[in-house]
Design a protein around this ligand. Sequence first.
Ligand SMILES: [Zn+2]
Length: 201
Amino acid sequence: MMASGKKAAKKTAMDGQIKKLAKQAMAARGRAYCPYSSHPVGVAIVSQSGKVYAGANVEIAHYKGVCAEASAISAMITAGERHIRAVVVAGPSMEYLCTPCGDCRQRLREFCAPDVRIYSLWKDGNLGAVHTMADLLPLSFGPENLQEVGALPKTQPKAGAAATGGKQKKERVKNTPEKQNKKNKKDVSPGSLRRRNTRPS
Ligand SMILES: [Zn+2]
């Protein structure tokens, strides 16, 4: 659930590490290139090794810009890392909390386990809300969906693999009315793949 209003900020306290990340995210926000939207965003992600990768949004005259989350992820991948441990997003507003956009939720999910926390900050750096990856992108599609059908080798990183946790899988089993329908055998749409994904992780 997206928190709104300043009340949420008072409810949540930041520990030392997150405060440091908040500073880095805000510094990145200060370097954002967003002449078209005037909506600067900075992100700091902590990788599995403990290193921090920051990113800012970068807008282009053809309007195909890159979000701050995507910038930070690119920096992490370029450095050779594949797993995210925490994410801090510093938005520019005191009214509308800047949680990751839909596109970025999918990008983050590629490299986040479902319990990875995403901290969303107000403009002044105060914490607005904390969500898990699974909160932000429930019933998600990820690398393991492709692994199951052999499109990816089993050795591929499964950073977000458990994002479709056991509970969801059970639901899927329940909701498989076409189970016996042979006509669906060749249906390889993502929805179909999810329905059939009944194996425990
Ligand atoms: Zn985004």
